[in-house]
Structures are given as C-alpha cells and as structure tokens.
Design a binder for this molecule. Structure first.
Ligand code: GLU
Length: 317
C-alpha cells in the first residue's frame, strides 16, 4: 500500500495546515456535494409514527406446539428477519437504527398477536439469498421482507400469507428511452439481487439480458445512477420506493410481468406457527390494522391500498 506522509496526519491537523481561504472553498464544495444547507429540497416524507396502528398485545396467548414460539418465549423476545434498504417496506434509519415500512408493520402486528411486545422485537437484516438458511439455522423466528411464496422455496421453508401481491417490473434512469418493458432488455445490463425470483426469471426468460447480481437492490440502484447498469429489475413495490426517493432521476417503466405473493417465512416444519400467523393476518385484515399500516407506509409511494390477497392456508407438511 502506498501512503503519502500527509495523509497519515490526523484529519484535524491536516485541515489546520490548509490556508484559510482554501478551507472555506473546501467546505463550500463539500456542502454543495452533500446537499448540506441546500434550500428547497425537503426530504421525502417517510412513515409518520402517529399514522401507524397501535397493536394490542394478546394476553395469555400460548403456542406450545410451536418450537419456534417456545424458544422465543424462553428468550423473552422475538428475532425477526427483514430488509433494511427497501424504502416504505423495510428501511433502517442510519442515525437512530430503528426500522420502518410495511414489512416491519406486518412483523409488529404478528408479534402482538403472538403475545410479544412489538417494541421489543430484535430485527435482523437478512439479504434475499440468505433467507432460507437463516430460517433453517434458527437465526430468526420468522422473516418479513418482500419474500415471494413459491413451490421451490416451500421445500425449504414454510409461508404464512400471502399478505401482499407484487409484480416484477423495471427501474431505469429518467433519460432512458430504449427500455419500456422486459422485451427491450437484449444486450442491456440489468441488475437484481442474488437469490431473488426476479433474477431467476430474467435468467430463464430473458437470456439476452446481461445480468448483474448484488446482495441488495440499493447497490443495484447506486449502479444505475452512476451508469454502471441500464436497469434494475425486481418487484414494483420495491422499485416504486426507490423512484419516489429521487423522482427527478429514476422512473418505473412498463407493466408488471410476474406475480409475487409476499409471505411470512417460518421454519419449514413449524406448522403451528404458520397457522397462528395466518390467523393473525386474517384478524388484522379484518380489524383495519393491515389497511392503516399500508397507508402509512407503502401507500406513500403512490399506490392506494389494494384488497389483501386471499390467505393460502395450505395443509401441514
Ligand atoms: N419478491 C422477490 C423475491 O422474493 C424479490 C424481492 C426480494 O428479493 O426480496 O425474491
């Protein structure tokens, strides 16, 4: 590694060596680059705590048939796997460390129905490719993070729900005119998350696209903004959130070209937990919590609350 003498000085001493005017210029440049002090660009409105439902913690609830529930009870709190970089769905505040979004609200309403205080949930960020392993190894009790239910995954994990229906779509830069749907992807660099259903669909059905995989969609979006890739493809629910953050730079194009029913992932053989979560979802859809949570979170990206999809209470396996 080559290191110049100057760069080994502590930052404060390096700055002190700069002449005054140069320092002022440097700070002005920094403010321009980071947007600090810029007026007229209010931050995008995120979920407001006062708009969120308050979930009643079930008292006297017990689920002895579920080894996952029993373990959480002994531990005194639930450990829930989520995403941390998906606006309006599962997003971690870099300053406070708190999580927010529709998936987070689903996780909280489920916790309350299972008799746990939603405020005490330990959220763990788990990327798309690691979800099955995290559930199989007992690193998390359940998973709520844009997790499509399908037969292949059902061989490894169980799914309560679905609680939402998304569809695969495309995100491009606003100045892009050549990509209006998946039929236009031949020879284009398209980014998606490793282990995701959108990535697998592109590989299978659009083999002429040049695929780029990262662990997370936010890295794909960074690559799109810096012209490293031409499009990002995943669920419309996720892409609309990124577009809403920088509408002057990004747009979602075309119609959704798949069905992505979101489920709550549970350990495969824990049927008791899966059925309890199905019951909890049904109850929260009925009492208005589902709709209120949607409107305060995912609804902010511009799509009014749909009817939740029918819950698929498939037989014990
Ligand atoms: N719903 C899709 C999936 O489960 C894409 C979103 C994600 O990667 O979480 O693979």
């Amino acid at each position: 590694m080559t290191t110049t003498r100057g760069s080994r000085l502590p930052a404060s001493r390096r700055l002190a060596r700069l002449p005054g005017l140069l320092l002022v210029l440097l700070l002005a440049l920094l403010a321009a680059v980071t947007g600090c002090g810029k007026e007229g660009s209010p931050p995008v409105k995120g979920p407001q705590p006062e708009d969120l439902p308050v979930y009643q913690v079930a008292t006297g609830f017990s689920l002895p048939a579920s080894p996952t529930w029993e373990r959480a009870k002994r531990r005194g709190r639930l450990v829930v796997g989520v995403k941390e970089d998906q606006p309006y769905l599962g997003e971690k505040d870099p300053a406070g460390g708190g999580y927010s979004g529709f998936d987070i609200e689903i996780a909280r309403m489920m916790a309350a129905s299972l008799g746990f205080d939603p405020k005490k949930i330990e959220f763990k960020t788990v990327a798309s490719a690691n979800r099955e392993t995290a559930l199989q190894n007992g690193q998390i009790d359940y998973y709520v993070g844009t997790y499509t239910i399908n037969d292949n995954r059902k061989k490894q994990v169980g799914f309560a729900g679905p609680y939402y229906l998304a569809g695969q779509s495309l995100l491009v830069r606003r100045d892009e005119t050549g990509i209006n749907g998946p039929q236009d992807l031949a020879g284009k660099r398209v980014c998606s998350a490793a282990g995701s259903t959108p990535y697998q669909r592109l590989q299978r059905e659009y083999p002429k696209a040049v695929l780029v995989a990262y662990d997370t969609y936010s890295v794909c979006v960074d690559n799109l903004l810096t012209y490293q890739v031409d499009a990002v493809s995943t669920d419309d629910s996720i892409l609309l959130g990124y577009a809403a953050k920088v509408p002057e730079e990004l747009k979602v194009v075309g119609k959704p070209f798949s069905e992505e029913p979101y489920g709550i992932g549970v350990p495969r053989r824990d049927n008791a937990l899966r059925f309890a979560l199905d019951d909890a979802l049904a109850a929260n859809e009925k009492n208005g919590n589902w709709k209120k949570a949607y409107e305060a979170t995912l609804g902010l990206s511009g799509v009014p609350a749909p009817q939740p999809p029918a819950i698929d209470r498939y037989p014990a396996s």
